[in-house]
Design a protein around this ligand. Structure first.
Ligand code: SD4
Length: 309
């Protein structure tokens, strides 16, 4: 029996993304359609500097996108290091539905997108280009995000990015529809000023996203290298299988990060968000400031996750 539709997603932009997902969930639509439609909102938003259009480029000035999607039957699709395509999540869905594969990367993913009717577009906005040129002056690579008083190597006051450079958000979205089907999506431009070819956790099924309809789903945001190290999303789903509530499972994954790399964990942000198959949700982060949005029949709200530090 269905617990009633619900959608949860990472960061403040999740509110708007959830509203788009609800257009589908509220009409008894399919969770997979809902998560795709939901994350397309930040993908197309030039103000968000870490998803899709307007995302900060790599150190060579190239906007390279990572995304993955999972349906309610253990199917997944993923694109990595995809350039010039506004909606990598929709390409990931096509990889899942139209190819015998799960992952396409770089040039191959790009060609696949074009062959399926996607348009080649310039995703580097003037604001992102300006931020990159500013960054080039020092070329200091510090993947620090969303920690107050710690930012990239340039001044927040003169920072050309609308919400501040350290407002680095990937969207992960998890949903259950009115028929009890669960799906998830995760999409990002990855860490700003990364090396050309670098891929984070977001398109890695099991790390940035995992959906197990028997148990629940989880997604991650933050420094992807650390999330991959512990295969974060899959770890959380397995902890829920063993009986942990979503928040407790996310907390245990965060503690695992600290155990694996205690020095690093103090200086970076990682946040996890989980949804059980019965519609319970919870989150946990390393640092303060990780927000997530929830929308169901009974609530529409932004929460701030608990954190270790
Ligand atoms: C990455 N996890 O590429 C992504 C970045 C991110 O909020 O989540 N930013 O490592």
């Amino acid at each position: 029996p269905a617990a009633g539709a619900i959608v949860v997603s990472t960061w403040n932009m999740g509110l708007e993304a959830n509203a788009a997902a609800w257009e589908i969930l509220g009409k008894n639509g399919y969770a997979l359609d809902a998560v795709e439609a939901g994350v397309r909102v930040p993908e197309a938003d030039p103000k968000g500097n870490s998803v899709g259009y307007g995302g900060l480029p790599d150190r060579d000035g190239r906007v390279t996108l990572d995304a993955c999607i999972m349906d309610d039957r253990y199917n997944g699709g993923s694109v990595m290091c995809l350039e010039h395509i506004m909606h990598p999540i929709s390409v990931a869905r096509l990889v899942m539905e139209k190819t015998p594969h799960i992952i396409l990367v770089g040039e191959g993913a790009h060609r696949f997108a074009l062959a399926n009717g996607f348009k080649k577009e310039n995703l580097l906005t003037p604001a992102s280009e300006k931020a990159w040129k500013e960054w080039l002056k020092t070329s200091k690579y510090e993947p620090v995000m969303n920690i107050e008083n710690k930012s990239y190597s340039y001044n927040k006051q003169t920072d050309p990015m609308p919400g501040g450079i350290d407002n680095h958000d990937t969207i992960g979205m998890l949903a259950i529809d009115n028929s009890g089907r669960m799906s998830g999506a995760c999409t990002t431009s990855g860490l700003a000023f990364k090396m050309q070819g670098r891929v984070g956790d977001s398109p890695v099924i099991g790390a940035g996203l995992y959906v197990d309809p028997e148990v629940g789903a989880a997604t991650a945001t933050g420094v992807g290298e650390e999330v991959i190290r512990i295969v974060g999303a899959h770890l959380i789903v397995e902890l829920m299988r063993q009986g942990r509530k979503p928040e407790a499972a996310c907390k245990e994954a965060v503690e695992r990060l600290i155990k694996r790399n205690p020095t690093k964990a103090k200086d970076i942000q990682v946040g996890f968000l989980a949804l059980s198959k019965t519609g319970e949700y919870g989150a946990y982060a390393l640092q303060k400031g990780f927000t997530y949005a929830v929308k169901s029949q009974t609530e529409e709200k932004l929460y701030t996750a608990k954190s270790i530090y």
